[in-house]
Write a protein that binds this ligand. Sequence first.
Ligand code: CS2
Length: 492
Amino acid sequence: MMPRLSDAVLAALPESVARPRYDRAGIRPGILHLGLGAFHRAHQAVMTEAVLNAGARDWGIVAASLRSAETRDALAPQDGLYTVATREDEREALQVVGALRGLIVAPEDPGALLQAMVDPGIRIVSLTVTEKGYCHDPSTGSLDEAQADIRHDLLHPTAPRSAPGILVEALRRRRAEGIPPFTVLCCDNLPANGETVRRVVTRLCALRDPGLGTWIGDAVAFPSTMVDRIVPATTAEDRARIAAALGAEDAWPVVGEGFSQWVIEDHFPLGRPDWAIAGAQFARDVAPFELMKLRMLNGAHSALAYLGYLAGHETVAEAASDPVFARYLAMLWDEIAPSVPAPPGVVLADHAGRLLARFRNRALRHRTWQIAMDGSQKLPQRLLGPLRHALAEGRPAPCLIIAVAGWMRYVMGIDERGAPIDLRDPMLPALRAASAAGLDQPQDVARRLLDLTGIFGSDVAGHPALAVDIGNALALLVRDGARQALSGLTAT
Ligand code: CS2
């Protein structure tokens, strides 16, 4: 029988597999991470591993899952070790990462998580809890005070469930114990992510205790970051292939592309790992990088996810290799680019070419369905921002409009062959109610979805010509299907 990956088998792994070059037992935790998903393990943890490999001793990671025990259950029997498989078409490189030095499942023991966050050795609390984890209103970026976990945390502030509630309580305890506050490092795809987290955290705190809210706003650093690496969900095939290559079973490896970028605002009052060793860039202003990432990459991803799913493309690589979709993508990027101030040294047309090559990486099975998830949280920064920009400049934006209509067609919940779509979205009840009129009434569905101000604000629905264009695009998608609609659009 194959052994399980663990410290004990590290030395016996094939030589081609990279592994920790330091004594794991000598590493002290300096980072507490909230949200132990594949993205963290393939991105920040890999960069931190490089710092540990270079000799740092006090930047180990304690990672907490805020919901399920699955990842902990997979990694705890492996001493926290896991494999990162970097895949580019035919090539695959394996690295076993040792940076995780503690695993916590918050719902099992909320006290243990808070206690770990109060440890003076922890100087950074980083987060990948996805867009919805910040409990904000996606159209304004303000705390959604009616959200269920936030209501819970206001009633039970010392036993919080939400990421903002956990940050507030941990910071409060540090202050009460005279321990300087950790730096809060958001690594999710939100616009102005540091500022957004500061806003929700200080608001939640002020609702609880105005004095504490002011202190958090003044004393805590919330640097912004731009994170980028395509990391699809791990498949059973990935697990089997990686186990065969390791000669050891890894219950939850992660798989990603070769490209990895991290741009970080350099504001860490208690210090930070030297992530530049791993290629991270430190910048005074992350905003241009972030805007480019959210609009050019994530915007195109979401457009491909909805329209590609409807056209029957299971993965991004399949969709981006379909000539109709490739033409559409090129036109979409031309519509988005004017809304993006290129960061220093970047030519947007070249950037789009590199994105297309990344999307076409056939070794990654990045499902359109996976990216389609949580659209209500993603649309504003990915597609509506560039759409507003085009409107303000009087530029036509048919590709952005059909992408928004593609999301609407998708949330109608029935695919082009009449099969149900497995919709995942925190606003699902509202989306279902708004699209109840169904496929026969696309104009009505479009109007009612545009009225969801949490997603669209009030300006989109209030713009009569735009609302009509979106309704017409939705009617076209219903009538002709996504591929034919794009074929017509890109032929003109
Ligand atoms: C994707 C992102 O699932 C999604 O919404 O668009 O996870 C994307 O793969 C990453 O942001 C790439 O850096």
